[in-house]
Design a protein around this ligand. Structure first.
Ligand code: HEM
Length: 387
């Protein structure tokens, strides 16, 4: 072992790595500083479980639903892996949001960490992008209709809205191209983006060092315990607890899979995933020409406000209790998001109408399937009887 270490030591900057790992933390930190590492763990968990799901999944309207059903019912540990991926996605949104709140509460977005914060805001959007594109993949009723609504909302963006909807859908309607496109975005484009951004985010985190609690004096900023092993141990404990919770959910709470998508069923009551319900609810307050407010103006203003927060709030770092304006805005925002989310889950059905093209397309596809030769076995997702 010693010889291996000596060999590696001669060839790699191990000493530099050790110096980095043992850098002291600020004197005052707490377990909320593990939320970033928990988000990182979830990202890796999503990558690994997603890679296993991709072994069986097939992004075509004829096979996607059967593939997901097959994973859940036939593949060894398939339901567990799908459960981890499903609950992991929700956990990711919760943990990233809490991480953001922690950063706001302790004013950690302030100079010199503005870039860390801005990359973080983009990461939040990418995480939501994963949720939006992943929701369509099982190709069941809720997946299909939520995407009809979601892509329609994207179409309300002034000037370029129609183009965005067409690019997302891969045409006028939601169909085979949409599913392939969402799958490509979900498994190739966003992962590239997220890992590049996380790399940058972590580089900035290391470069500026942990911000610690606002009460640290300049002398106390480097007077705490070393990052390794202390913080690493605390992060590992937090990650372990998180994993136990997720494994419990994956084992005991089945992931929903409704009937296969029926594009002609206009009676379907579309609902997005829970973390988009607040936006969905916001839309219901604006009608006609004002729709653009809920679909574009307000969300864009909120994103811009988040991006520029470090430049708008330039005062020195104090604990949130001593920043009454920030405390009020943060608390009101959280309460508003929670209320809108609850209301969004209960709001009355949105009007959905299949276009004539969709009805024709569905009929055509049904006729082709009826006259098509028996399954060639290339995509054989048959579920054994009696299991
Ligand atoms: C995929 C999502 C994300 C991952 C994996 C991630 C990861 C991390 C990690 C590991 C840390 C260091 C530990 C900690 O302070 O908790 C950190 C710090 C930080 N993150 Fe994130 N983060 C993510 C999203 C965000 C978001 C959405 C924001 C805010 C908009 C953000 C802003 C920051 C800031 C400002 C710091 C420095 C905090 C300090 O020095 O005290 N991050 N992040």
């Amino acid at each position: 072992m010693k010889r291996i270490i000596a060999f590696l030591d001669e060839r790699l900057p191990l000493r530099e790595l050790e110096i980095q790992l043992k850098k002291p933390l600020p004197k005052h930190t707490n377990w909320l500083f593990s939320l970033g590492s928990m988000a990182l763990f979830l990202l890796l968990l999503q990558a690994v479980t997603g890679a296993f799901l991709a072994f069986y999944y097939s992004p075509s309207p004829d096979h996607a639903y059967d593939a997901v059903n097959y994973i859940t019912q036939e593949v060894p540990f398939g339901a567990f892996v799908r459960g981890l991926h499903h609950w992991g996605a929700s956990a990711m949104v919760v943990i990233v949001f809490l991480h953001l709140l922690r950063v706001v509460i302790y004013g950690s977005y302030k100079a010199p960490r503005e870039l860390t914060w801005i990359v973080g805001v983009v990461l939040l959007l990418v995480v939501l992008g994963f949720g939006f594109t992943g929701y369509l993949l099982p190709w069941d009723g809720k997946a299909y209709w939520a995407t009809v609504v979601g892509t329609k909302v994207a179409g309300m963006v002034p000037l370029i809205g129609e183009t965005i909807t067409k690019i997302l859908r891969g045409g006028e309607e939601i169909g085979a191209v949409t599913l392939t496109r969402f799958y490509a975005i979900h498994t190739i484009w966003l992962p590239f983006l997220v890992f590049a951004l996380v790399g940058l985010h972590l580089f900035f985190v290391r470069f500026y060092g942990s911000s610690g609690l606002p009460k640290n004096t300049p002398e106390e900023m480097q007077a705490g315990v070393p990052f390794y092993p202390h913080q690493v141990f605390e992060d590992a404990v937090a990650i372990f607890i998180l994993f136990i919770v997720l494994a419990g959910l994956a084992l005991f709470v089945p992931v929903p899979l409704e009937e296969i998508a029926n594009p002609t069923d206009a009676s379907y009551d579309p609902r997005p995933e829970w973390y988009f319900l607040f936006l969905f609810q916001l839309l219901t307050y604006f009608e006609g020409p004002l729709e653009v407010m809920g679909a574009f103006v307000i969300p864009t203003l909120v994103i811009l406000l988040l991006v520029f927060l470090p430049f708008l709030d330039r005062r020195e770092r104090l604990s949130l209790r001593k920043r009454p304006v920030a405390l009020t805005i943060t608390s009101l925002s959280v309460v508003l998001i929670v209320i809108l989310t609850i209301l969004g889950g209960r709001s009355p059905k949105l009007e959905t109408e299949p276009s004539q093209a969709t009805v024709d397309q569905a009929q055509e596809s049904q006729e082709t399937q009826e006259t098509a030769p028996a399954d060639t076995g290339v995509f054989d997702f048959n579920i054994e009887d009696g299991q």
